[in-house]
Each structure stands twice: as structure tokens, then as C-alpha cells.
Design a protein around this ligand. Structure first.
Ligand code: NAP
Length: 255
């Protein structure tokens, strides 16, 4: 078995990473710069997102196991004061694998994956987008952009956009407007919409010049593309869980 460690690069996270390194090495697992079986992530939800994107093409081979150097997280089940429990659960095999879905956004030859959300935003000018859901033209949106999140991402950017927090275990996608324009001439739904997990969304525009397509913290500039397609990906993120933390306990501790 092999492992790797990704930490947030602050003093506490580095110290904890060092302790994990020596404890796991003593079990006979080898640290690797290649594709490991387990990635220990020390930091927060943001560090976990970063780690997932480092191994985005190897997700079927890699599992992630996170510890938060701060509070709790939505993806991290242990606080830094609980390092012994994290190590004990791992070494004693007291961990279960849980899969998290990824969203896929495609524009021409570009493809990006989001664990929290995928989005298109234009900070330069009003972006006009025809929103097609499961093959039906639903509305024409005008404004800064649109974001589509997973259940997990409902507490991230989605929440700042006025989207609903979604309990874990629900297989849904949620689309939110980013600064939609609503007046006598233009109107779109103007509210978050929750869709089934298998929804297919197409965002069509005559002109995406100046817009950025994003997935979690990754961004690319759009130019000639006219159609963006969003759906749940076949790729999944495999997380290791040593304990069950009730969703509403997590939510209460964080907000
Ligand atoms: P980041 O520094 O990695 O994360 C920004 C903050 O979002 C951090 O405090 C992070 O928590 C928190 N976060 C990440 N995923 C979360 C989740 N699923 N539920 C609740 N909180 C979560 O920032 P980044 O690299 O630019 O972007 C990563 C993610 O941050 C994006 O996917 C986006 O959803 C979110 N974000 C939100 C806003 C906003 O709400 N206005 C703006 C930018 C980015 P930790 O402290 O535990 O790392």
C-alpha cells in the first residue's frame, strides 16, 4: 500500500502532516510521489478540493482521508485535536469508503470536474444564456452567470448565491443565478432550482466572449464556444470515513 500527504502549508498543518508521515510509515506503507492508494489531506475543505484536483485523472485508484486544522469540515471528519483517532481508525481498518459525485462541464474540447460546483460567469458584460433542461428550453437568463452545485457544494458558493443547503444523501443538483437581471423586459426564474441527479443541462449562448467557465477553484476563459453541457460525471471521489457525523451536527458547528 502507498500513501501521499497534501497539507495546507501552514505551520499546524505541516506539523500534523509530519506526525501522519511517521505513524503511517511505521505500518509499512510507503510514501509515493506517484499515484497512491490513500491521500491524507491536512487543512480544510478547500485543501481537500485542491487534493482531489491534483489526482483528477486517477480518481478510480485514489482514496482521500481528511483532517481539519480548524473546525470540522463537510469533507473532513476529524479536528486537529483528534489526530490519534484518525490514525487509529485508519491503521485498525475501521474506515468505510463513501463516494461523492462530481459534476462535469463540457465546452467543445474543454472538460472540467467540480466536487462543489461548476459555473459560467462573465464579469465584463451581461451574459445571455438559453437554459435547456433535459432537452426543453426552460428560460433565457441575463446577468453575470449561473452556478450548478452538488449536494456537497450546497454549503459553498451556492449558499452565498442564496441557494438552499441540501442534506447529505440526496441525489440532486442545484442551479443558482449569479446576479440575474429581472425587470419589465427581462425575466428568468430568479430563484434556485433543484433538479434530479441525472438532469442534463445545456447553457447555450450566441456569445461567451469574456466569460469564464469554472469548476471549484479552476477556471478557463471561453471564446468561440456556444454550448456548455453540465451533468453528473461517471467519475467519483472516494472518501474514507472512520466515523459517522450527523449532518445537522456538522452544519450547526459550521454556520
Ligand atoms: P478556498 O479557500 O479553497 O475555499 C473558500 C472557503 O470555502 C473556505 O473557507 C472553505 O472551507 C470553504 N468551503 C469549500 N468547500 C466547502 C463546502 N463544500 N461547504 C462549505 N464550505 C466550503 O477557495 P477557492 O479555492 O477559491 O474555491 C474553492 C471553493 O470555495 C469553491 O468551490 C467555492 O464553492 C468556494 N468559494 C465560495 C465563495 C463564496 O461563497 N463567495 C467564493 C469563492 C470560493 P475550509 O476553510 O474548510 O477550507
Amino acid at each position: 500500500m502507498t500513501f501521499a500527504i497534501i497539507d495546507k502549508q501552514d505551520e499546524l498543518s505541516r506539523l500534523i502532516a509530519e506526525k501522519i508521515r511517521s505513524a503511517i510509515s511505521r505500518t509499512g506503507e510507503e510514501e509515493t510521489k506517484g499515484v497512491p492508494d490513500t491521500v491524507f489531506v491536512v487543512g480544510g475543505d478547500g485543501t481537500l478540493l485542491y487534493a482531489v484536483h491534483q489526482y483528477i485523472n486517477e480518481l478510480d485508484r485514489v482514496r482521500f482521508y481528511g483532517i481539519h486544522t480548524g473546525t470540522l469540515g463537510f469533507l473532513t471528519d476529524y479536528k486537529d485535536s483528534e489526530l490519534d483517532a484518525l490514525l487509529g481508525d485508519y491503521i485498525n481498518g475501521n474506515v468505510k469508503e463513501q463516494d461523492y459525485p462530481l459534476l462535469e462541464i463540457t465546452a467543445g474540447e474543454h472538460i472540467m470536474y467540480g466536487l462543489n460546483e461548476v459555473r459560467v460567469e462573465n464579469m465584463v458584460r451581461t451574459q445571455v444564456i438559453d437554459v435547456i433542461i433535459n432537452g426543453t428550453l426552460f428560460e433565457t437568463f441575463r446577468g453575470t452567470g449561473l452556478s450548478v452545485c452538488t449536494q456537497l457544494g450546497s454549503t459553498a458558493y451556492n449558499r452565498s448565491l442564496g441557494g438552499a443547503v441540501v442534506e447529505d444523501g440526496l441525489d440532486v443538483l442545484q442551479m443558482c443565478e449569479v446576479a440575474g437581471i429581472h425587470h419589465i423586459k427581462f425575466r428568468s426564474l430568479g430563484a434556485p432550482i433543484i433538479l434530479g441527479g441525472n438532469a442534463q443541462i445545456e447553457l447555450r449562448s450566441k456569445d461567451y466572449e469574456g466569460a469564464m467557465m469554472g469548476a471549484d477553484s479552476d477556471l478557463i476563459a471561453l471564446h468561440e464556444e456556444k454550448s456548455l453541457r453540465i451533468r453528473k460525471s461517471e467519475r467519483k471521489v472516494r472518501m474514507l470515513k472512520g466515523r459517522e457525523i450527523p449532518y445537522f451536527y456538522r452544519l450547526r458547528s459550521l454556520f
